[in-house]
Design a protein around this ligand. Structure first.
Ligand code: UT7
Length: 346
């Protein structure tokens, strides 16, 4: 059983600031009606049990690095962001193009960024929050100044479209943020509290093996699909997320009423509703992308954050609580102290 353990905030020398955000989804839409033609299921069952109506699927030749790169292009165009001096790239993903080189190196090469520290981070659906924590810690300690943190997935590549218990859930997408050292004289912290934890006893309930038994029984071959015990993972989520959120609030010295926006990982609308009900968080203050994009693992949180930015929902000083959870088991949360994003070119 995972608990809601909080992490001490780093003994920081520098504050950080989110200065740009972007996202990208592939063009192909896979609806519940499409899935009715693939497996024994119904739109009614999927909507009632998950809240999902459609998801996006990458083309055969489109991989996680392509979605990550498009999300960074979107970020750079919207904010006229200068990427030349980025010194840290983290791509959180469970579906990298290669075991190595990292997806982060492919992003670096595409944008011609000069020699940043670049690596992929494997923490399933908590990956984006873990990535923000690592980047904020490195900026805070002075090791880096400017970080691209990306959550990107092509889960369709590892989804078994004959398994109705999983294929209804997953989709492909990417979201990216730029996190920079904030040298303004009155700069407060961008993050007020962290929580993170892991429990490897959850491994049998949600995993993707890199090898599977060969059909001729002679050994192993590459290319396993995602396997999930949905009920077990559901139980883990509805127990862990409220504990994690409470640990975060304790560390921040805040009450739930002081949280302006809640962005949980979009795994299943029923999980989100149950967590909000347990914690007393109004659904109108909760942002998610489950209905139109399904579960995009490490991408769900930056996608919902970007949705909030595009809709102009956040005001300076707003408390935005992000919470990811998933395969491992892992969980990670953050309370953000929202700072207005700079105007393009500022
Ligand atoms: O991001 C990573 C973390 N992942 C998650 O958070 C996922 C957590 N789990 C879930 O979201 C849910 O467990 C599922 C959506 C995967 C399944 O929903 P459920 O309400 O837990 O269904 P269940 O597994 O208890 O199955 C109920 C029934 C079963 O039939 P019987 O045994 O009662 O006759 C299933 O065979 O629903 C059946 N079923 C389906 N029926 C129609 C399972 N999948 C489907 C389907 N369409 N797609």
């Amino acid at each position: 059983m995972i608990n809601g353990s909080s992490l001490p905030l780093p003994d920081r020398r520098y504050a950080s600031r989110l200065t740009a955000i972007g996202s990208h989804v592939p063009g192909r839409v896979l609806t519940n009606a499409d899935l009715e033609r693939l497996v024994e299921t119904s739109d009614e069952w999927i909507v009632q049990r998950t809240g999902i109506r459609e998801r996006r699927i990458a083309a055969e030749s489109e991989f996680t690095s392509h979605l990550a790169i498009q999300a960074v292009h979107n970020l750079a165009e919207r904010y006229a962001a200068d990427l030349t001096d980025v010194d840290l790239i983290i791509v959180s993903t469970s579906t990298p193009d290669f075991s190595f080189p990292s997806t982060a190196c492919l992003v670096q090469e595409h944008f011609g960024i000069a020699s940043p520290l670049a690596f992929d981070l494997s923490a399933a659906c908590a990956g984006f929050v873990y990535g923000l924590q690592v980047a904020d810690g490195m900026i805070g300690s002075g090791l880096c100044r400017k970080a691209l943190v990306i959550g990107a997935e092509t889960l369709s590549k590892i989804t078994d479209y004959t398994d109705r218990t999983t294929c209804i859930l997953f989709g492909d997408a990417a979201g990216a943020v730029l996190l920079e050292r904030d040298d303004r004289p009155d700069a407060g912290p961008a993050f007020l509290a962290y929580t993170a934890g892991s429990d490897g006893s959850g491994a049998p309930h949600l995993y993707r093996s890199l090898t599977v038994p060969a059909p001729d029984g002679t050994g192993l071959q590459a290319g396993g699909k995602l396997v999930q015990n949905g009920r077990e993972v559901y139980r883990f989520a509805v127990q862990t997320v409220p504990l994690g959120v409470q640990a975060l609030l304790k560390q921040a010295g805040m009450s739930i009423a002081e949280i302006d926006w809640f962005i949980p990982h979009s795994a299943n609308l029923r999980i989100i509703e149950s967590v909000c009900d347990k914690l007393g968080i109004p659904l109108e203050r909760t942002l998610h992308t489950i209905e139109r994009l399904g579960n995009t693992s490490a991408a769900t949180i930056p996608l919902a954050l970007d949705q909030g930015v595009r809709e102009g929902l956040f005001r300076s000083g707003d408390r935005v609580l992000l919470f990811g959870f998933g395969g491992g088991y892992v969980h990670g949360g953050l309370v953000m102290n929202w700072k207005e994003l700079p105007a393009p070119g500022e």
